[in-house]
Design a protein. Structure first.
Length: 292
């Protein structure tokens, strides 16, 4: 054994580095194909209708319009996730069913965590800002309307004896059962938040109270996706964001430094890399759905 090989074997980290780099390269979402959607094929803009952001629609920049806008962008990622699952479910081949189930359960985890975090954290904080415990009354009812169907979605996917038992048409049937109240709520909640700008207790623009309320939305927005799951929900969220909508107004949203965003997708996303072939976007641009 020559001296060079002996030195390498005595320092295993030097052997591990190229192996880890090779593993990362083969598993990273960076290598996903990113063909633009064909006009003749369905994409993730249906059956749920995507939400126009209040800021784009009205030009207003008050704290509640801004908060509603950022919520709309998050909701649209969830909508594209729903639509990508719905459109591809009937066409998934046996070899891909395990990965598709993982992708679909990540969507469920995203939605459930988002709902729970709103109820426990965001809603109570906004109630405190406006000193009004009634502002979310209709929103609570809307949540209750789609939660049973969402629970059935999760139960079906987790109770399969084998991935090969998965039926895309059965999953679509379950999704159809809560599609209407789900879509209505996710649109309605944006209007509810934007309309809080007209509340009699809304903080005055440029006041310390307005700054604190704005910080409440920003802090919640930064944490809500991350706490749901770094290696599954975060890549799912980012790989269903379309930065080309509304004349590219949101190309740099969320405002994460580019190297960190790259790492969240390509390093964090490498753990479940096979799931992301079903995503609707890559690099902030629409991509052809894998199974249509």
């Amino acid at each position: 054994m020559n001296e060079e090989r002996r030195r390498l074997l005595n320092r295993p980290i030097l052997l591990a580095i190229p192996i880890l780099i090779g593993l990362f390269i083969t598993r990273s979402p960076l290598l996903m194909t990113s063909t633009a959607p064909a006009p003749s094929k369905p994409w993730a803009d249906a059956p749920l209708k995507l939400i126009t952001t209040p800021q784009y629609e009205t030009g207003s920049t008050d704290l509640f319009t801004t908060g509603a806008t950022h919520m709309a962008l998050l909701h649209n990622s969830i909508f594209r996730g729903y639509n990508s699952i719905y459109q591809q479910a009937p066409n998934v081949k046996d070899v891909d069913k395990y990965d598709f189930i993982g992708y679909a359960l990540t969507w469920y985890k995203f939605v459930k965590s988002h709902h729970d975090d709103e109820e426990v954290s965001l809603f109570t904080k906004v109630e405190d800002v406006l000193d009004d415990k009634t502002i979310w009354d209709e929103t609570h009812k809307e949540h209750a309307a789609f939660l049973p169907g969402l629970a059935e979605f999760e139960k079906y996917l987790t109770s399969l004896r084998s991935p090969k038992d998965f039926s895309g048409t059965e999953l679509q049937r379950i999704m159809n059962s809560f599609q209407e109240p789900f879509e209505m709520h996710f649109h309605s909640e944006i209007s509810t938040i934007a309309n809080l700008a007209k509340h009699p207790n809304a903080p005055k623009p440029d006041s310390p109270e307005a700054a604190n309320a704005s910080l409440t939305f920003k802090t919640w927005g930064k944490s809500t996706v991350t706490k749901a799951g770094t290696f599954d929900v975060v890549p799912f969220f980012l790989l269903n964001l379309d930065g080309t909508v509304e004349n590219g107004m949101w190309a740099n949203w969320p405002p994460i430094p580019a190297p960190i965003k790259w790492g969240l997708v390509n390093i964090g996303g490498a753990y479940h890399n096979r799931w992301w072939k079903f995503s609707s976007c890559a690099g902030g641009k629409p991509r052809q759905l894998y199974a249509v």
